[in-house]
Design a protein around this ligand. Structure first.
Ligand SMILES: Cc1cc2nc3c(=O)[nH]c(=O)nc-3n(C[C@H](O)[C@H](O)[C@H](O)COP(=O)(O)OP(=O)(O)OC[C@H]3O[C@@H](n4cnc5c(N)ncnc54)[C@H](O)[C@@H]3O)c2cc1C
Ligand code: HEM
Length: 403
């Protein structure tokens, strides 16, 4: 528990640190990477460059202090962080390095305002959070029967174009190893060597139901643009280099977004763009294990050529008499994927609900942040309780709602 001495110091400084949050985390990363350059292989340097990770770490530390003692606010955030940490292989020893540079950065940015008492209070708060994360990560490693060094080689046995920009890779264990079981919705980290000695890892949701033999991921090629936005490093590397027969280094599956497959009540899977991947895993799993279930599958895309995994949805439709599908195309193209024509524009929750009793349904969302914010608001406006709405974010979660 936070000591009585530290509590008022933390309370008084949260607004100040929040105000300087980005400057502190920028200084923190700069100093840490200068001191320990090998850590750049562990972190997502794309997120460093576009600022997303900096915002996320700042948000987590200050949200923790601001909400100290309120487990209900923080539990989902902590759960997401520890699964991500386990996936990328964080070790307890890493926390000492982060502590040194994070507290150093607070001192650097606040200058004289960072009194020894204030820094000691933040040291205490940091280690309370760190201890919680380390314990939870240790439990995750133990449950997975592994430790932080859990990378394993897998062979690509199939490569298939699922849409204009999304290609799937089916992965098999190499001789002498096995593939772990996973829950639909979970992801693996894929590690690639971009150039000599420069490694990067990214997370990819497993995009098929567990089958005991193979894993599948589906990767969207993140294109650059003429305005200077660089092309995504790992997604383009995979599209350009990864062929059937090649070996990739990947992590064990982790992730706390796990649509419940077995219950009898309806399940609603709503996705946009490449956010379809965990939904396909869940859809295929329900088709195999719970085919009597009512399933609503809603998907939004910019244009018809961007709609991925239609073959999977058609296959699931043959197993699931209670499946309803809705496709939305911003282009307004007169495309037909299944049952009925795609609707023009963005996803409309009224269409998802039309003709169905979804009062006790669980809702799962995955797509770009604006998509999820819009659907979450639309579901709340319809009276769907927040605990019925689950989401996956394909980037650092910016912890909206906690700040
Ligand atoms: C839990 C989870 C599951 C995921 N599942 C999937 C999935 O199933 N399929 C999938 O395709 N993706 C998935 N992702 C996203 C994936 O992990 C990668 O983030 C994605 O492939 C982009 O990685 P990249 O290396 O290609 O791009 P990065 O190189 O990481 O770039 C990311 C973005 O930052 C921009 N950027 C890079 N450098 C700069 C710079 N210097 N200045 C400004 N902007 C910059 C890029 O233009 C790009 O838009 C998932 C992510 C998470 C967290
Ligand atoms: C109390 C300490 C820490 C906090 C509060 C914290 C917080 C976070 C948060 C919020 C995320 C993003 C999760 C998401 O995807 O939404 C994250 C991811 C990550 N963290 Fe931590 N973290 C801590 C310690 C560490 C340590 C010690 C390391 C290792 C040196 C580390 C390395 C990473 C990496 C590699 C990622 C994945 C994102 C990326 O690739 O850049 N973190 N952390």
């Amino acid at each position: 528990m936070l000591s009585e001495k530290s509590r008022p110091l933390i309370d008084a400084s949260v607004p100040v640190l929040r105000q300087h949050g980005l400057a502190i985390t920028a200084a923190f990363y700069r100093n840490m990477f200068a001191d320990r350059p090998e850590l750049t292989n562990l972190f997502n340097m794309g997120n460093q460059a576009n600022g997303a990770q900096q915002q996320s770490l700042a948000a987590a530390v200050f949200a923790y202090a601001a909400n100290y003692g309120d487990n209900s606010a923080l539990a989902p955030v902590v759960s997401r962080i520890v699964h991500k940490h386990a996936s990328v292989g964080i070790k307890p020893g890493h926390y000492t390095v982060v502590a040194r540079h994070l507290l150093g950065a607070i001192g650097e940015v606040l200058g004289e305002a960072a009194t020894p008492e204030l820094v000691a209070a933040w040291d205490e708060a940091y280690w309370l959070l760190a201890a919680e994360l380390i314990a939870a990560e240790t439990r995750l490693y133990e449950r997975a029967g592994t430790g932080p060094d859990h990378r394993q080689p897998v062979r690509i046995v199939a490569r298939e174009e699922q849409s204009a920009d999304i290609t799937s890779f089916t992965l098999e264990a190499v001789p002498g190893t096995t593939l772990a079981d996973f829950l639909p919705g979970q992801y693996i980290s894929v590690v690639v060597e971009l150039s000599h000695g420069v490694f990067q890892q990214r997370q990819y949701s497993l995009s098929d139901a567990p089958n005991g033999r193979t894993w599948r991921i589906s990767v969207k090629r993140e294109r650059g643009d003429d305005a200077g936005l660089p092309a995504g490093a790992v997604s383009n590397w995979l599209h350009d280099n990864a062929r059937a027969g090649d070996v990739l280094m990947v992590s064990q599956p982790f992730g706390d977004f796990a649509p419940a497959i077995e219950p009898a009540h309806p399940i609603v899977l709503l996705s946009a763009g490449v956010g379809v991947t965990p939904m396909i895993s869940a859809l295929n799993a329900v088709a195999q294990r719970n085919p009597a279930r009512k399933v609503v599958f809603g998907h939004a895309a910019r244009m018809a050529s961007h709609v991925a995994h239609v073959k999977d949805v058609k296959h699931a439709a043959r197993q699931l008499p209670g499946l309803r599908t809705h496709f939305f195309l911003e282009s307004g193209e007169p495309a037909e994927f299944l049952a009925q024509p795609a609707l023009p524009g963005r996803m409309d929750i009224d269409v998802i609900f039309a003709g169905d009793d979804l009062a006790d349904a669980d809702f799962y969302l995955c797509g770009p942040l604006p998509f999820m914010q819009a659907q979450r608001a639309a579901l709340a406006a319809r009276g769907v309780k927040a605990e019925r709405v689950h989401r996956e974010v394909f980037g650092p979660d910016l912890l909206d709602g906690l700040l």
